[in-house]
Design a protein around this ligand. Sequence first.
Ligand code: FE
Ligand code: ZN
Length: 291
Amino acid sequence: MQHAVTNLPDPIETADGRIQVHLVPSVKDNLIWVITSTDTDEAWAVDGPEADGVLAFCEAHGKRLAGILNTHTHWDHIGINKKLAERGLLAGLQVIGSAEPKDPIPGQTKQVRDGDTFELFGETVRVIRTDGHQDGHVSYVLNDVLFCGDTMFAGGCGYLFDGPPRAMLDSLLRLAALPGDTRVCCAHEYTEDNLRFAWFVEPDNAALAARIRDVWAIRAEGRCTVPSTIEEERATNPFLRPGSPTLRARVAEHLPDADVSDDLGSFTSTRLLKNAGPHKPLGDEPLPLQP
Ligand code: FE
Ligand code: ZN
């Protein structure tokens, strides 16, 4: 199975250049983020469906897998823990995850709650609890890099498997309140579909039109559209824009029973409409980008 990303990016670096965040593509569209530092031979993985890609990365870069940050317990996020455990490689690793995970986190050595901080490579990592996709989901902020699992995606958000919509909207708005230059390292390459839907509900958003042009060019080369920045997400992600009059009108047009009179109703209806996939029949047709 070919991964959506065939053309690997250079690692992201924190401002002082001490910490690198590398992409390890996995399965079909999972994005495993591997954190390393110029100071040590340690590597930390953020989630993952399997372990082979991360182990190969460590081998190739002379690194030693030291720990895992888990955001939530869906199989494509704790699969790496399970695969390492099967091979006897999980014991000895540090495994950090939610204090209230939906399911047990294999090998968990540290429980974290909203507002907790801990040290990684001499940097402070801050924990934000981000319920909505799954109960107990947490996100991690390391310097100017956000690891948000399946809560916020580039141009979209995760399914509300556990919800309720209020919890997901609150989670997204808390992430959106991070500094605008924060890099958003989400866990899937879903951006094209997300932006097709974004355009369906907000076809007068000039920033969105510009982003779509950029993303289409990036994808044409098999490159990764993640990370984006919080600033880009605020400007173009429909799930952060429940107050947009165009979005509200478009959602109401397609879901006549929807209450879009406030942000929660607008967000809830926008998520329902995306689930219905009204943008899908257009397939890969070019979008009529006006602005
Ligand atoms: Fe998930
Ligand atoms: Zn996932």
